[in-house]
Design a protein around this ligand. Structure first.
Ligand SMILES: O=P(O)(O)OP(=O)(O)OP(=O)(O)OC[C@H]1O[C@@H](n2cnc3c(O)ncnc32)[C@H](O)[C@@H]1O
Length: 417
């Protein structure tokens, strides 16, 4: 059997093909990702003003899929497109534009011989849940993946599940199982699963606008009128366009009246000051629950190990800060030294896009602030986080979308090795 998923994020779209044996034994059925293809350009939401291009952008990867899936399987191979926060934002801002993007995507996908199952925006809850299932299913947190699958088979033996921390471009998700959470407090944060006959009650929350690209907009928007921005390296200079910066519902309300066309961004590389700016994007003033993370959102006590992926990994890996056994204060010192490094030195780094290089100081500061101030990881619990590279959320998406009703009964969710 084959299945195809298009993961349409705010910054990129990628196609994944999965294959698994037709005769599925619940415990030994193996699913393999047999092919992946990165769609050229940004996420499909970036085609809001030219929707037909969103469809066209997918064509090359779809042609690859046609080649990779054997002809005789084409008609029975389900094809899904799940869009995340970029499309959520576009839908909020201009729902007719997002409808047009979906129509164009639909038209393009239906030209292919697969069993097209629809394109839709995933809810924040679904996105969080997919990340959690993937981390617990495909994680590399334990050296032996058989143990990973056993974890799902026999949690009653005391094997703890792993929480998921996902940092995208436009949103961020936190999902974990906590003994203190049965779903009664803030039920909108609860997702229940039935997986291999075991019930899981997951806490999950997706913070729209708290992906790293949107928080960078917020951090820039606050500092357009000052001489230096502390989240950029000393010597860094860039002309920024006001309209481009404020072209997102996450910041549009903050555009200063009578703003000129451009402003000049100059860095002075101060981690401490950058952290103050980043902290100010969180609201800690009110919480109507027993406890909150930020913006009045309920969060139970953190529990167990966590896998942090997507931008968490890209950024911390670049900064050589994935080792969470290093004391948090040392991590902060290292990041402070990195931020203070002159841009002339930073830009010599080869093989990394200049735009990413310019942003690692900000992104590292945001990640540490989100984890500690936002989610309440402490110097002790920080070491429970593992920054992990390989998480293909679409993997879980494929199977969860196959079982459309929540709570999901994933009793046929195959086990990988
Ligand atoms: O879930 P949403 O919010 O829609 O976002 P996404 O799906 O597009 O998000 P990704 O996980 O693909 O990427 C998260 C962010 O990491 C950025 N990113 C990707 N590769 C990177 C790298 O090597 N270094 C730094 N950042 C990177 C990317 O531009 C996004 O801002």
């Amino acid at each position: 059997n084959y299945g195809i998923v298009l993961d349409a994020g705010s910054s990129h779209t990628a196609l994944y093909i999965y294959a698994w044996p037709a005769e599925k034994d619940n415990n030994t059925g193996r699913v393999e990702q047999t092919h992946s293809c990165k769609v050229k350009g940004k996420g499909i939401s970036s085609y809001a003003s030219q929707p037909w291009k969103a469809g066209e952008s997918l064509t090359l990867c779809m042609q690859e899929a046609e080649q990779k899936v054997p002809n005789k399987r084409h008609h029975e191979t389900p094809l899904y497109l799940g869009a995340t926060a970029g499309m959520r934002l576009l839908n909020m801002e201009n729902s007719s534009a997002s409808d047009k993007v979906f129509q164009a995507v639909e038209k393009a996908l239906q030209k292919f011989p697969f069993s097209y199952q629809g394109a839709r925006i995933l809810s924040g809850q679904e996105e969080g849940a997919f990340g959690w299932v993937t981390v617990n299913y495909l994680d590399d947190l334990c050296s032996c993946c058989v143990l990973t699958s056993m974890r799902f088979l026999s949690p009653s033996q005391g094997l703890e599940t792993t929480g998921a921390l996902d940092l995208g471009g436009a949103s961020t998700q936190i999902s974990f199982v906590s003994d203190n959470y049965d779903g009664s407090e803030s039920p909108s944060n609860s997702v229940t699963f039935r997986l291999y006959g075991n019930d899981y009650n997951l806490y999950t929350h997706s913070f729209l606008c708290y992906g790293k690209d949107q928080v960078l907009r917020l951090a820039l928007a606050q500092q357009t009128q000052v001489n230096f921005h502390p989240c950029f390296h000393p010597g860094y200079t860039e002309i920024k366009n006001y309209s481009v910066l404020y072209d997102s519902p996450c910041v549009s309300g903050r555009k200063p009246q009578g703003a000129p066309e451009n402003f000049t961004l100059r860095g002075n590389g101060s981690f401490g000051q950058c952290q103050e700016i980043v902290k100010s994007v969180f609201n800690f003033t009110s919480c109507k629950y027993s406890q909150c993370s930020f913006n009045g959102v309920f969060q139970p006590l953190l529990q167990g190990p966590f896998g942090a992926f997507s931008a968490y990994y890209f950024v911390m890996n670049f900064l050589n800060l994935t080792d969470t056994s290093i004391p948090l204060d040392t991590v902060k010192d290292k990041l402070a030294r990195y931020c203070a490094t002159p841009w002339d030195e930073i830009k010599l780094h080869t093989g990394v896009k200049l735009s990413y290089l310019a942003e690692y100081c900000f992104s590292g500061t945001y990640i540490l602030t989100l984890l500690t101030e936002g989610y309440n990881f402490t110097s002790e619990s920080y070491s429970n986080i593992k920054f992990i590279k390989k998480v293909s959320r679409s993997y879980a998406t494929l199977f969860l979308l196959h079982t459309p009703q929540m709570p999901h009964d994933l009793s046929s969710f195959p086990v990988d090795h």
